[in-house]
Design a protein around this ligand. Structure first.
Ligand SMILES: Nc1ncnc2c1ncn2[C@@H]1O[C@H](COP(=O)(O)OP(=O)(O)OP(=O)(O)O)[C@@H](O)[C@H]1O
Ligand SMILES: [Mg+2]
Length: 268
């Protein structure tokens, strides 16, 4: 039986997919196996509580949020009967459409927020080769924060909860703009990306001050180049991972970050 999504938009094949999206392009690769570690955490959390909506954030721009969000969603969607929606809530610089090679333009999250007559199903497109539904950010509104603060965003995510097993939300950087503070209230948990050797430690700590420790599932260190013990150097992993334990209080995250040596940039 086709999903409501398929009835609205024709199934389409992505034109060109970013090479870092290994969960979509190379699901048997070592890199894709690493994203299955993140997927396992989300599946476990999903099983333990009514946990469906996970956001990916980071302290600053270009820390790897969109890459992580798409790979996580793609990994969850590898289970054939899983219903997975990827939402691009970075309405200022939405990048999901380009990275997954959707091309062109089309209605998306901003349209759905501004026009309450649009159903979720009318703005979601389905990437059938990847078993993945996607809600792109379509365009940057003149007042992004006001648009995100609209109760319509909560209504759309509530509808997404009813229609999907997992909703992965890509978000803007946490420190420069206020958007994540609004989105954080609407999601069940979040992952924070840190670009290894690049994101300054003071930004990581600043972001941890803002994030609700009870909702912080873990930190994802993109571009971690430390060798993996027991594996040959030909295996290069896309990220390293620190998982929340016992609802990590913020202070404990900070001590974890301090133990990571030069994985977090120390100066500035
Ligand atoms: N695991 C990784 N290892 C190495 N490079 C990566 C990794 N993940 C992402 N990158 C690269 O870092 C850059 C930024 O990635 P991405 O667009 O995913 O970040 P972002 O945090 O979403 O950026 P923005 O803040 O602009 O939305 C891209 O060039 C991407 O290819
Ligand atoms: Mg991004």
């Amino acid at each position: 039986m086709s999903s409501p999504v398929d009835k609205v938009l024709p199934r389409r094949r992505p034109k060109e997919v970013d090479e870092r999206l290994v969960s979509l392009l190379a699901p048997s690769s070592f890199g894709a196996e690493q994203y299955r570690v993140l997927r396992h955490l989300i599946e476990q959390t999903h099983g333990a509580a009514d946990f469906k909506v996970v956001a990916v954030t980071s302290p600053a721009a270009a820390d790897g949020k969109t890459t992580t969000a798409i790979n996580l969603a793609g990994s969850l969607a590898q289970t054939p009967d899983a219903r997975v929606l990827l939402v691009d809530a970075d309405v200022r610089r939405g990048a999901v459409r380009n990275q997954i090679g959707l091309g062109g333009t089309g209605a998306g999250l901003v349209d759905a927020i501004l026009d309450a007559r649009l159903d979720l199903a009318e703005v979601v497109c389905h990437l059938s080769p990847f078993n993945l539904a996607v809600l792109t950010a379509d365009r940057c509104p003149s007042a992004p924060y006001e648009v995100l603060k609209s109760p319509r965003l909560g209504e759309l995510l509530a509808e997404a909860r009813r229609q999907y097993d997992y909703v992965v939300v890509d978000t803007p950087p946490l420190l420069p703009v206020p958007d994540f503070r609004v989105i954080a209230n609407l999601v069940d948990g979040f992952l924070m990306d840190v670009a290894a050797h690049k994101t300054a430690g003071r930004l990581v700590e600043g972001a941890l001050d803002i994030m609700d420790p009870a909702k912080t599932l873990g930190l994802v260190f993109n571009g971690d180049d430390r060798p993996l013990s027991g594996y040959s150097s030909s295996y290069s992993r896309p990220y390293a991972w620190e998982q929340s334990r016992d609802g990590n209080p913020a202070g404990r995250w900070r001590s974890t970050v301090r133990k990571l040596g030069d994985l977090v940039r120390r100066f500035s």
